[in-house]
Design a protein. Structure first.
Length: 210
């Protein structure tokens, strides 16, 4: 097994795709901004009124100062309800081991960022429906047994990995992953649509042996 790990790491170390690991969440009155702490020019903004996403291509995104700045460890995805969009982010993590020499983390806590200013103009029934669906969604924050890696796909076993074509590891990690085992696959569509590959984290649920 040790020989396999060494060969895998050596053959792909030069062109391996890596996700943004530490992110800065900036909260403005009209939007959220998420940037990579390693590469501040990489990031995107989310409109707090309608949830629309805009990639950032270098430079500052706003002349004003954010009302709050915090560190997060990944974006789980987005979901649209009746009157708004909600962004799910990882607020704490724990390193639990490694797979083929690459660190694997367990999600310890998550939270929703609400982009639902339009809800203020909704009628009473729409507000009640939105509150009900949001209550159901809140259970996601406490989902147990979620794992991911910034450096490699953890959905494929060793046998399947050895059958992959040369250059496969240079693809975005979400393209490497087997969608059958990606817990958050339905939450990643908007990030993928906006080509934010460095922020798209495939997460698996279950028990893993490392």
């Amino acid at each position: 097994m040790e020989e396999v790990v060494e060969m895998e790491s050596a053959s792909c170390s030069g062109g391996r795709f890596k996700l943004c690991e530490k992110l800065e969440l900036q909260e403005f009155q009209d939007k959220f901004v998420i940037k990579s702490l390693e590469s501040p020019a990489q990031g995107f903004s989310i409109d707090r009124h309608d949830g629309n996403i805009e990639p950032i291509h270098g430079g500052d995104t706003c002349g004003s100062s954010p009302s709050k700045i915090s560190t997060i460890y990944g974006v789980v995805g987005t979901i649209r309800l009746l009157a708004g969009t909600y962004i799910i982010v990882i607020t704490s993590r724990k390193e639990v081991g490694n797979f083929l020499g690459f660190r694997v983390y367990r999600v310890m806590s998550m939270k929703f960022l609400s982009c639902n200013e339009a809800l203020k103009k909704s009628n009473s029934q729409e507000k009640r429906d939105e509150a009900y669906f949001l209550t159901l969604l809140k259970t996601v924050e406490s989902t147990p047994g979620l794992y991911y890696s910034y450096e490699t796909d953890i959905t494929l076993n060793l046998q399947r990995r050895w059958k992959l074509s040369e250059g496969w590891m240079a693809k975005p990690i979400w393209k490497q992953a087997d969608p059958r085992f990606v817990w958050n696959k339905n939450l990643l569509d908007e990030l993928i649509e906006h080509k934010l590959d460095e922020f798209v984290i495939p997460i698996i649920q279950g028990n893993i042996l490392l």
